[in-house]
Design a protein around this ligand. Structure first.
Ligand SMILES: Cc1cc2nc3c(=O)[nH]c(=O)nc-3n(C[C@H](O)[C@H](O)[C@H](O)COP(=O)(O)OP(=O)(O)OC[C@H]3O[C@@H](n4cnc5c(N)ncnc54)[C@H](O)[C@@H]3O)c2cc1C
Length: 509
């Protein structure tokens, strides 16, 4: 079994790590721990496991880790080995009103796997592997704790690929991809995980096991319950299996790169490419700042394009790309290789955090007609925050109707700052608040693929609207009447405990 990769070291001994945001949580009696030990493969209250299960890769919390804190610790970590054990754990937790927060690779960047009200951290890591492969129908079933590289190894043995390549592929799992509605870097051809999934096995809070979808390519048999659970971040049920569309391993690969004078021109070329029906796997457009930083090219907005698949279709797709980019400068194709070499590198975050620099990325999405205004507003708002060192953007996933913009911001406390921790949190809060508000005002959505977690929860009412959020809460209250599943996330309230929200709590520092 593969363990989650810790995001950064702790600045204290493991048994001294404290919870930062959790102010009041129910304690689990010893009798309940004993009950779980009978029902579940492994139950642990080892201090290292509890500390690690108290955090994910949320960049602000990496600074807290260096100070010996995590957002919030569970009281125990339970590792079931099969669906029946998941069902037994959930049933027991519902009866005892004990919170349960699932985790896979803990690579989330918004605190979604943080057990904010304590209770049980449910480790899905023992449930891993390929369950079934139907090569005629090109369908594969995987257990939720399977890590990205193992998905590809299992499929490639038979000549197939899922085509899901998040930057975090090595540190994330099938269950986490589904629960956060993730996107890989090749999504313009293969789609997001929500396009790839055909059906699920899910355990509800009362222990009932349900299946959604029936492996059919499409159906009209009532509402799509698969998509109800996809993106629900473990708040509605625990995913114990996923069924996916897969693809033959590509015959050919083609690469090309262009330099645009402005980001808007580059975006418009992407819009026209998609409009004509071409879907090159990778269509990534970097603004001048990121072009310089990542590729060492001056005064250009670099578009890198990569496609793969059937030779005829790939060549046709690249022909459309070449036509629509004919006004741009043709750049060295080695720039695509440079991107490929570094695309799964996850080390930059730790390096900058250790230097005391606050850095994070914010991915939003919007229709084409709104994107340029959002880009300008967000960059200008980020630049206007005192201490900002960087405000930059690239466009990473394109559709016929719009695209995802992926902003990066960084800041550093001024020399002589007496309380760097407080400064960091304030700078971080301001940056996120401004980007979320500008995106919502201009008609975008607050997340394209990282999900909501704790970080974006306060913006869910504005994102969904009061009525839709209430409808979601009503669904949750039927599926999870005691509110045990990942409480405190997705803008939902909880009566199981109290925690601090970094946006409304001015005392946080
Ligand atoms: C450097 C870096 C790069 C990244 N790049 C990308 C990227 O390119 N694309 C992208 O989409 N994301 C990216 N991410 C974010 C993250 O990797 C994804 O959100 C990923 O899908 C999380 O998977 P995980 O297994 O780590 O889930 P976790 O972080 O463990 O959990 C995430 C959420 O899923 C829930 N969950 C986990 N398993 C289950 C289950 N079986 N049933 C129900 N709920 C469950 C958890 O409760 C939690 O709410 C990146 C993260 C980092 C640190």
């Amino acid at each position: 079994m593969k363990m989650p990769t810790p995001p950064i070291e702790f600045g204290t001994e493991l048994n001294k790590v404290r919870s930062r945001l959790q102010s009041k949580a129910r304690s689990i009696p010893d009798s309940f721990v004993k009950l779980l030990e009978q029902k579940c493969e492994k139950v642990s209250s080892d201090s290292e496991q509890l500390a690690q299960a108290g955090r994910d890769w949320w960049p602000l919390a990496l600074h807290w880790s260096l100070e010996g804190e995590v957002p919030a610790m569970p009281q125990i970590v339970a590792s079931p080995k099969n669906t029946k054990q998941v069902a037994d754990v959930l049933k027991a937790c519902t009866e005892a009103e004990v919170p349960v927060t699932a985790f896979g690779g803990r690579s989330g960047v918004c605190g979604s796997s943080v057990p904010i009200l304590g209770g049980v951290a449910l480790d899905m890591g023992l449930m891993e592997g390929l369950v079934d492969l139907d090569t005629d129908s090109m369908i594969a079933k995987f257990l939720p704790g399977t890590y990205g590289p193992d998905v590809e190894i299992a499929l490639r043995k038979s000549g197939y690929t899922l085509g899901h390549w998040p930057q975090s592929i090595a540190i994330s799992t099938v269950g986490g991809w589904l629960a956060c509605r993730g996107a890989g870097q090749y999504s313009t051809r293969y789609g997001k995980i929500d396009d790839m999934v055909l059906g699920l096995e899910v355990v509800l809070a009362n222990g009932q096991i349900i299946k959604t979808g029936n492996d059919a390519p499409k159906n009209s048999a009532g509402p799509d319950l698969t998509q109800l659970f996809v993106g629900s971040e473990g708040t509605l049920g625990i995913i114990t299996q996923g069924t996916f569309r897969i693809h033959p391993v590509p015959q050919v690969e083609r690469r090309v790169a262009f330099g645009f004078q402005s980001f808007a021109e580059g975006m418009d070329a992407c819009r026209r490419i998609l409009r004509r029906g071409a879907t090159p796997c990778v269509l990534r457009l970097y603004d001048e700042v990121e072009t310089k930083r990542n590729f060492d090219v001056d005064n250009s907005n670099l578009l890198i394009v990569l496609d793969e698949g059937d030779e005829i279709i790939t060549d046709a797709s690249m022909a459309v790309v070449e036509q629509e980019c004919s006004s741009a400068k043709v750049m060295d194709v080695e720039l695509v290789a440079k991107w490929l070499e570094h695309r799964n590198d996850t080390s930059a975050l730790q390096t900058l955090t250790k230097l005391g620099i606050v850095v994070d990325t914010i991915e939003i999405a919007a229709k084409w007609s709104a994107l340029e205004d959002i880009r300008k507003q967000v960059i200008s708002k980020l630049n206007s925050i005192e201490g900002n060192l960087n405000a930059s953007v690239h466009q990473s996933h394109s559709y016929t109707s719009g695209a995802c913009l992926y902003f990066t911001f960084a800041g550093n406390a001024p020399d002589g700052c007496e309380d760097r921790g407080q400064w960091n949190t304030n700078f971080y809060k301001q940056s996120w608040q401004r980007v979320m508000e500008a995106t919502l005002e201009l008609g975008g959505t607050i997340s394209h693929h990282h999900g909501i977690g704790l970080l974006r929860s306060p913006f869910m009412k504005s994102e969904m609207g009061e009525g839709a959020l209430k409808a979601f809460a009503d669904i949750k209250s039927v599926l999870d009447p005691n509110g045990i599943l990942n409480p405190g996330k997705l803008g939902l309230t909880s009566n199981l405990g109290v925690f601090r929200d970094i946006f409304s709590d001015d005392s946080d520092g």
